[in-house]
Design a protein around this ligand. Structure first.
Ligand SMILES: Cc1cc2nc3c(=O)[nH]c(=O)nc-3n(C[C@H](O)[C@H](O)[C@H](O)COP(=O)(O)OP(=O)(O)OC[C@H]3O[C@@H](n4cnc5c(N)ncnc54)[C@H](O)[C@@H]3O)c2cc1C
Length: 384
C-alpha cells in the first residue's frame, strides 16, 4: 500500500460495489485493503432486480420468485412465451443488501464509509487521490460507480413502481408481464411491467422509453391508474421504487488509467434493455480475481460488435419510430423460440439465436409496419 490509505477506493457503495466487496470478503484472506465511500446513510428495500437464470449464479438463495411464462401485450394482442430451462427470477433489494453488508462487516480488509461523498478523483504520485467530504484518500487504484448523467438527447428508460396487495384475485402468478399494455404517445413508448408474487400481490411498474423530460407526477399518475386497473378494486401499497436508466451504446471514458469505471457508469446496463444485475455480478467476479492477484481490476468488457450493432439499430428505431415498438416486441415474442429470445436478451445468443430473432421480424410485414400510423395498425400489419 506504500503510504496509501487503501489499495483501492471505490466511489459509490451501491449494487456493483457491494457485489465486488462481498465477492472479495468471501474469497478469504488477502492483503489488499479496500475503502468504499458513499453519501447515502443507509440501505432501503427500494429496488427489485430481475433477470433470466441462464446459468447458476451466486444469488440463488436470495431469489424470492420465479416464472416460466412471460407476456407482452398491446392493443388486444398478447404473446406469451414459456421456458422451463431459463426461468425469470426476482430478488428484493433487502435480501441483497443484508447479505452483502453482513459479508463486508465481517471482512477486516474492507471499510464501508457511509455519509461520505466523493468530490473528485485525480492521478497523483503513482496512484490516485480521491477528494471526499471527509477529507482526501490515496490509493493505488479507484473504481468509480457514481451515477452518471445520460448523454444529451439519449433515450432514457424511466419507471415508477409499487408492490401492491389487492385482497382479491387480481393476477395470474404463473405469468410475468414483461411488457403489458404497450402504447405510444407524444412522450414515446410506454408499458406496464407486472411481477405477480401471488394472486393478490404484485410489483407493478409503469415504464417509458423516452427522450423527453416527463411532466412532474406523470409516471406516478400512470402508475396509480395501472394499479387501479389491474387490482379491479382497492389495493394497498407495500413499498415503492423508481428509476431512470439511460439507454445508449456510447460509453463514458475514464479520466485516468488508474480509475476503472464500473456499474452503470462503466457500461453494466445492456443498452437495449437496461438489464444490468447479472452483468455486474460477472464483472465483480472478474474484478475480485484480479484484486486477489494484486492486479488492477478490469472495466466492463466491451459489447461484442454484433450485439452492439443490433442494440444500436434497435435504439435508433425506438427513437425515430417509437410507434413500431409494440409490434416489434409482439413479433419477437410470437416469432422466435422462447429460449432463443431469452439467450438473446441475456447476452448468451448463439449465431443461430441471432438469426432466429432477426427472422422473427419478417422483412415485408415489418416494412409495411414502418408505414403504419398507430400501434394497433402496426400490430395488425406485423401479426397478420
Ligand atoms: C428501481 C430500479 C430497478 C431496477 N431493476 C433492475 C432489474 O430488474 N434487473 C436488472 O438487471 N437491473 C435493474 N436495474 C438496473 C441496475 O441493476 C441498478 O440500477 C443498479 O443499482 C446499478 O448498480 P450501480 O452499482 O451501477 O449503481 P447504484 O447501485 O446506483 O450505486 C451507485 C452508488 O453511488 C452513490 N453515489 C452517488 N453520488 C456519489 C458520490 N458523489 N460519491 C460516492 N458515491 C456516490 C449512490 O448513493 C449509490 O449508492 C434497476 C434499477 C433501478 C433504479
Amino acid at each position: 500500500m506504500m503510504g496509501n490509505d487503501a489499495d483501492i477506493v471505490v466511489l459509490g457503495a451501491g449494487v456493483s460495489s457491494l457485489m465486488l466487496a462481498e465477492r472479495l470478503a468471501r474469497s478469504g484472506s488477502r492483503s489488499s485493503r479496500v475503502i468504499l465511500v458513499d453519501p447515502r446513510t443507509g440501505y432501503e428495500n427500494d429496488q427489485t432486480w430481475s433477470f433470466w437464470r441462464v446459468a447458476p449464479h451466486a444469488f440463488e438463495p436470495l431469489v424470492e420468485a420465479s416464472w416460466q411464462r412471460m407476456a407482452w401485450s398491446s392493443a388486444g394482442w398478447r404473446q406469451t412465451i414459456q421456458s422451463r430451462r431459463y426461468p425469470y427470477q426476482s430478488i428484493p433489494a433487502r435480501s441483497f443488501f443484508d447479505r452483502a453488508l453482513a459479508a463486508v462487516d465481517a471482512d477486516p480488509e474492507t471499510e464501508l464509509r457511509l455519509g461520505c461523498a466523493a468530490l473528485s478523483v485525480r492521478d497523483c504520485c503513482r496512484g490516485v487521490e480521491i477528494e471526499t467530504t471527509q477529507g482526501a484518500l490515496r490509493a493505488a487504484w479507484a473504481i468509480d460507480t457514481r451515477p452518471a448523467r445520460a448523454p444529451r438527447g439519449a433515450l432514457v428508460q424511466r419507471f415508477a413502481g409499487a408492490r401492491i396487495r389487492t385482497g382479491q384475485a387480481s393476477f395470474d402468478p404463473g405469468v410475468a408481464g414483461l411488457m403489458e399494455s404497450m402504447e405510444v404517445d407524444h412522450h414515446g413508448f410506454s408499458f406496464t411491467y407486472v411481477l405477480p408474487y401471488s394472486a393478490d400481490e404484485a410489483l407493478v411498474e409503469t415504464t417509458r422509453f423516452t427522450t423527453s423530460v416527463l411532466p412532474e407526477g406523470q409516471l406516478q399518475s400512470e402508475l396509480d391508474s395501472a394499479c387501479a386497473r389491474l387490482a379491479r378494486g382497492g389495493f394497498s401499497v407495500l413499498r415503492t421504487e423508481r428509476g431512470a436508466i439511460p439507454m445508449s451504446v456510447e460509453r463514458f471514458a475514464s479520466p485516468s488509467a488508474r480509475v476503472v469505471l464500473a456499474g452503470r457508469r462503466g457500461g453494466a446496463a445492456r443498452p437495449s434493455t437496461g438489464y444490468a444485475f447479472l452483468r455486474m455480478a460477472q464483472w465483480a467476479d472478474a474484478a475480485a480475481a484480479s484484486i486477489a492477484d494484486g492486479r488492477q481490476p478490469p472495466g466492463h468488457p466491451a459489447e461484442p460488435p454484433v450485439r452492439r450493432e443490433l442494440d444500436r439499430i434497435f435504439l435508433r428505431v425506438l427513437m425515430r419510430r417509437p410507434e413500431l415498438a409494440p409490434a416489434i416486441f409482439l413479433s419477437l415474442a410470437g416469432g422466435a423460440p422462447a429460449d432463443c429470445i431469452i439467450r438473446f436478451l441475456s447476452d448468451r445468443a448463439t449465431p443461430i439465436d441471432v438469426a432466429a430473432v432477426v427472422a422473427s421480424l419478417p422483412p415485408l410485414p415489418f416494412m409495411a409496419a414502418l408505414a403504419a400510423p398507430s400501434p394497433r395498425a402496426a400490430c395488425a400489419e406485423v401479426l397478420a
